[in-house]
Design a protein around this ligand. Structure first.
Ligand SMILES: [Fe+2]
Length: 162
């Protein structure tokens, strides 16, 4: 596996583990096994905004997706879909933020829980599409030079600060 792909997959694992923590926190709170902790949920949303939304998706858009779009028309339909999903992802995070605010003000967990489920389901599916369809196509179609540039971009910020 080339280095950029290894970094992207590692980043997906980091994102998945935070999502998993968020989902299990909310499901435990829903079933009465723990008190909901809006402060912890806020910190988990901070990570989601700072990392997948501001770093990971933009790096994919600017480097991996752009290069692949230039190299092969075969990629255009899937890239159109994934780029639209990056936009939708930001909107879904905005909805979670709004529902977290309501949770803090009114204690209503259900609306937040539903928006979180929408985001988690959506984002797992998004990462699966990237790993099953996009990355294998990129491995086939991109040149060594393309990968050098993409790897440099992904190495410049690996999320280790988290
Ligand atoms: Fe990704």
């Amino acid at each position: 596996m080339n280095k950029a792909i290894a970094i992207i997959k590692d980043e997906h694992i980091s994102i998945s583990s935070v999502l998993k923590g968020l989902v299990s926190h909310v499901s435990d709170a829903r079933s009465g096994n723990r008190e909901v902790d809006p402060h912890l949920i806020g910190a988990q949303l901070d990570y989601i905004e700072a990392y997948p939304e501001r770093l990971h998706h933009p790096k994919e858009d600017r480097y991996l997706f752009r290069k692949l779009r230039e190299r092969t028309a075969e990629s255009h339909a899937i890239l159109d879909q994934l780029e639209a999903e990056h936009v939708r992802s930001r909107a879904l995070v905005g909805e979670m933020r709004a529902h977290l605010k309501a949770l803090r003000e009114t204690g209503n967990l259900e609306a937040f829980a539903r928006s979180m489920e929408d985001y988690a389901t959506f984002h797992y599916q998004h990462m699966r599409t990237e790993e099953r369809l996009l990355l294998p196509m990129a491995e086939r179609c991109l040149t060594d030079e393309d990968w050098e540039e993409i790897t440099a971009a992904f190495e410049s910020n690996t999320g280790q600060e988290w």
